[in-house]
Design a protein around this ligand. Structure first.
Ligand SMILES: *[C@@H]1O[C@H](CO)[C@@H](O)[C@H](O)[C@H]1NC(C)=O
Ligand SMILES: *[C@@H]1O[C@H](CO)[C@@H](O)[C@H](O)[C@H]1NC(C)=O
Ligand SMILES: *[C@@H]1O[C@H](CO)[C@@H](O)[C@H](O)[C@H]1NC(C)=O
Length: 495
């Protein structure tokens, strides 16, 4: 590392006092994403690979000079088709500090090829001589450094290039053909220009690369539609917090009704997040979701009246005909002989959700109305209120956080009836059948789709673990890169 570049970056990160005093009120995010050193290292390697791929085969501007060569005369030398064919990065590092992220590449090598031609005129040889050929250049010690910062700009992330530097410390030239004097001229008069051309090309690539990364970040959506009812607000909240071992991003993370702008929520700072995935095998990413994320989902779906189901089929279909109840509920059969029935289940208040240290506890309050279907008419005949609690185990499906409900217990009572008193045993067994064979399986079919975790397109969670740390659920995971084709696609979050 050139002392200048290194010092520049480090001073930028660690000694500059923070300039912008953020006066905006502190908002809280309910999803927090922490990218660890290991995650940053992984991202760095991908970025370096991408940068090298885009710089290879790029052509540097032609260089020409007229030089006075002793005993030969005045030579006009032109170097053209200067191409970077290969770059090998020996070592690189990424560091975070209070004010930015620094990436440093040291001791890289590069292979270049070029065409040369010259013409010499002198009073000795008035006709002039000329020649042309090729040469290769090996850059032996290339140092590159850059420092960036991430800021929140109206809910999206802005990537700012604070500084960058590139320095070629040593290069050697191998001439194919040509005269001995030409070699000396290239070394004496051109080596500096070749070095600057390489430095400029790489600096330009850094600027362009940062600009397109910034574009990618800016074009990330602020909400992810989940279905026709709800969307997840994935706006960033506050500026990313950089420490010397991680970057922490906060995301609003709450469900919102689709096509509806909710009044700004009052934020109350919850208990601080202090989950760590353990230092035994640190993961690249830690994504934590506050229980309020799930509560907001419960409230959005409830408000949208989408927690209502008509059940017309049961595994034991006979139960949905009054004939089956001939002896147990004589009044029902007497009033509506041999009629089909359905069950109208509606959730009567937003389901209660609580993250515990082993699962997510869910309490659901429902009314089950028993309807008799007479020709063209739906006649409600009884209403049972059913409160049940379930344990939801959280799991990772793809890049989504999904859940799996298991019924724990339920209680029932008869709210009203037009068909006389119903036996409690009867109500219980019907309710149990409905919950176990219809409602819970249905809810699970919805929950298994899960909610997308904020992972960039092109990356997949790998070896994810789930930790319950009430009121947070934390996903500790590594990620794998699926290839740059995915990155080039329309940038969105994977879902
Ligand atoms: C590259 O790294 C190896 C050790 O990993 C070292 O021996 C070698 O000198 C390095 N090359 C350069 C050009 O820095
Ligand atoms: C999404 O979250 C951001 C940041 O907290 C907030 O400013 C914005 O109003 C939210 N959008 C909706 C639709 O609730
Ligand atoms: C189901 O019951 C609710 C009342 O709990 C009622 O508003 C709704 O209209 C009923 N739906 C049908 C299809 O009967």
């Amino acid at each position: 590392m050139t002392p200048s570049i290194c010092f520049l970056l480090l001073s930028l990160l660690f000694f500059t006092s923070s300039t912008t005093g953020d006066l905006q009120p502190h908002e809280e995010g309910f999803i927090s994403v922490v990218v660890s050193d290991k995650g940053l290292d992984f991202a760095k390697d991908i970025l370096i690979d991408q940068a090298i791929a885009s710089i290879l085969q790029s052509q540097l501007p032609q260089i020409e000079k007229t030089v006075q060569v002793p005993l030969v005369g005045k030579a006009k030398v032109v170097l053209s088709d200067i191409t970077i064919n290969d770059i090998q990065v020996n070592s690189s590092s990424v560091n975070t500090g209070d004010t930015g992220i620094a990436l440093v590449i040291s001791g890289a090598t590069a292979d270049l090829s070029l065409n040369w031609r010259y013409s010499v005129s002198s009073w000795l040889v008035p006709i002039g001589i000329s020649d042309s050929g090729t040469a290769t250049v090996k850059v032996n010690d290339l140092q590159v450094g850059l420092a960036v910062n991430l800021r929140n700009q109206e809910g999206t992330l802005k990537l700012i290039l604070l500084d960058s530097g590139c320095h070629v410390r040593d290069l050697s030239i191998k001439l194919h053909g040509g005269a001995a004097w030409l070699y000396q001229v290239l070394v004496d008069a051109f080596a500096g220009n070749i070095a600057s051309a390489v430095e400029e090309a790489i600096s330009k690539q850094i600027n362009e690369g940062i600009a397109s990364l910034d574009l990618l970040l800016q074009s990330l959506p602020k909400t992810i539609p989940l279905d026709e009812t709800a969307a997840l607000n994935i706006s960033f909240v506050d500026n990313p917090v950089l420490t010397n071992s991680a970057i922490e991003l906060e995301i609003n993370g709450l469900f919102t009704a689709r096509n509806e702008v909710l009044a700004p929520q009052a934020y109350h700072r919850g208990p601080d997040l202090s989950v760590s995935c353990g230092s035994r095998s640190p993961n690249m990413l830690t994504i934590s979701l506050h229980e309020k994320v799930f509560k907001s989902g419960s409230s959005v779906y409830f408000t949208a009246d989408s927690m209502q189901w008509i059940i017309e089929e049961l595994p034991d279909q006979d139960l949905l005909n009054t004939a089956e109840w001939k002896f147990l509920i004589p009044q029902l059969y007497k009033k509506y002989p041999n009629d089909d029935m359905n069950l109208n289940i509606s959730v009567s208040s937003p389901p209660e959700i609580q993250v515990t240290n082993k699962d997510v506890g869910v309490n659901i309050f429902t009314d089950i109305i028993i309807d008799v279907l007479e020709v063209g008419e739906i006649i409600p005949v009884a209403c049972i209120s059913v409160d049940f609690s379930a344990s939801c185990a959280v799991e990772i499906v793809g890049n989504n956080l999904a859940g799996w409900l298991k019924l724990r217990k339920f209680s029932t009572h008869l709210k009203w009836s037009k068909i006389g008193k119903l036996h409690m045993n009867l109500i219980q067994s019907v309710t149990s059948a409905v919950l176990k064979t219809v409602l819970i399986p249905y809810l699970n079919s919805q929950l298994i789709r899960g909610i997308p975790l904020p992972i960039l397109n092109g990356f997949a969670l790998e070896n994810a673990r789930i930790l319950y740390a009430p009121p947070w659920i934390t996903v500790c995971s590594d990620v794998s890169f699926l290839g740059d084709n995915y990155l080039k696609q329309l940038p969105t979050y994977a879902s």
